[in-house]
Design a protein around this ligand. Structure first.
Ligand code: GDP
Length: 424
């Protein structure tokens, strides 16, 4: 059977921790979309790690970690990441990379940087990892697939085409050095050496695993609101963040995805530009940012301070719906223990009307939060393992949010560690 772990919001909901935890009872963990542009933070017996490309199951010896065809594969980052964990005492994980995955090239990263420079203040807040140029090229059918690395004739022909196309932009739009075919060939040959030990027909491997009754976990990156179709377009990422896309980006039958665990954080945070209705500012935001996550709310990849807000029921209900949620994992609840009162955004006011339906981007820009304030519980809840042992106001907060979003909260995370979890 296949289970997916995905985010309900803007990302950074704590998916890494939930995946690492669920991976204990899984056989295979698959990354199915995105690239090294976002990260998961995981705390376990080996230490604290920020993973960007590897699935969050790499810390177990019984699991196989898979990079599916839907991923934007940055080969040097993958190789460095493997080294960075094995250097710190983690046993060498079993890693497979889809022969159909496509490769993030150095010119994708340059294009991302040059475009952000050109847009200056009007940029999308890209992490400049080449993700948007990569996916544009994939769908324009000029990308390099891993399988092609062993066919020099194909590589030569494609490299020529890339130089012709991209150099128009490099020279005339960005006024930079043009690409050289020899450099591209050298880069591709380097990647061939680096990736060779891991390449595999991933969908055939997963098909066999399903026949053997293995459990496969699909690990999503970012969250519903960053999905190019259902999110806050254009301030979205370039690949689908939804569990449904897991079937494609991993290569498993859609009907095999039986459980969709949508991770929702007990307050909101976002990185980069884009509409964020329940955003808070000033001291209120600074305090939440400082206390948030595990050592503050700063991007796992970029170190950028995250934008902060209170829980948004409108966005989260929508985020859970578009994922096809079966279970909600409600995370980072321990952080809210310092508050006397906790505001929650229960509706949006748009052009004088109140709504609980998440609107398209233009209307979202005019939305104002409608707040309801719940009492805080004013104590530390880390270490609690049973739902009944949580303070009454804390249970009331969880139950209020569950009712608002309309999906069952079956797991509550009250600390960054694997064992900080309450099943309900
Ligand atoms: P992801 O991309 O969805 O995996 O999220 P990140 O890893 O970027 O951000 C989540 C942060 O919160 C990380 O620093 C985690 O270690 C931390 N975290 C996860 N769950 C909890 C929790 O229940 N309590 C606390 N305090 N921190 C948590």
């Amino acid at each position: 059977m296949v289970e997916a772990v995905v985010g309900a919001n803007w990302g950074d909901e704590g998916k890494g921790k939930i995946t690492d935890m669920l991976a204990e009872n899984a056989d295979i963990i698959v990354r199915f979309q995105g690239g090294a542009n976002a990260g998961h933070t995981i705390v376990n017996k080996y230490g604290k790690f920020a993973l960007h490309t590897l699935p969050s199951g790499v810390f177990y010896q019984h699991t196989t970690s898979v990079i599916g065809s839907g991923v934007a594969l940055n080969i040097p980052i993958l190789i460095n990441e493997i080294k960075s964990i094995t250097d710190r005492g983690v046993p060498m994980p079993k890693i497979l990379v889809s022969d159909r995955a496509q490769i993030v090239m150095s010119y994708h990263i340059l294009l991302d940087q040059y475009e952000e420079e050109r847009l200056a203040g009007k940029s999308y807040g890209s992490t400049k990892s080449g993700i948007a140029p990569f996916y544009s090229d994939k769908y324009a059918k000029i990308g390099f697939q891993v399988s092609e690395l062993w066919d020099d004739a194909v590589l030569e022909e494609k490299a020529d085409k890339i130089c012709t196309l991209k150099n128009v932009l490099f020279e005339h739009l960005y006024h930079k050095e043009p690409l050289k075919k020899e450099d591209l060939m050298e880069e591709l040959h380097g990647y061939r050496e680096m990736i060779a030990p891991y390449v595999c027909d991933v969908s055939a491997f997963l098909d066999q695993a399903l026949r053997e009754q293995k459990t496969i976990l699909l690990e999503g990156q970012l969250g519903s609101l960053k999905d190019p179709d259902h999110g806050i377009y254009p301030m979205v990422t370039s690949s689908s963040t939804l569990a449904g896309f897991g079937a494609i980006g991993a290569g498993v039958p859609p009907y095999e995805i039986r459980k969709i665990v949508t991770v929702c954080k007990a307050y909101s945070s976002a990185v980069g530009a884009g509409e964020f209705v329940s955003e808070i500012f000033g001291d209120e935001a600074d305090e939440l940012r400082r206390r948030g996550g595990d050592g503050g709310e700063f991007g796992a990849t970029t170190g950028r301070p995250r934008r902060m807000g209170w829980f948004d029921c409108v966005a989260s209900r929508y985020g859970c719906r578009v994922q096809g949620t079966t279970d909600v994992a409600f995370t980072v609840l321990d952080v809210l223990g310092y508050l006397d009162e906790i505001p929650v955004c229960v509706a949006y006011e748009i052009d004088g009307e109140e709504t609980r339906d998440f609107p398209t981007t233009a209307r979202l820009g005019r939305a104002k939060p409608v707040w309801k304030t719940l009492p805080g519980w004013k104590c530390e809840i880390r270490g609690i393992r049973r739902y009944e042992d949580l303070p009454e106001n804390c249970r009331a907060y969880i139950e209020f949010i569950e009712e608002q979003i309309g999906y069952p909260i079956t797991m509550i995370s009250n600390g960054p560690g694997r064992e900080d979890i309450i099943y309900r």
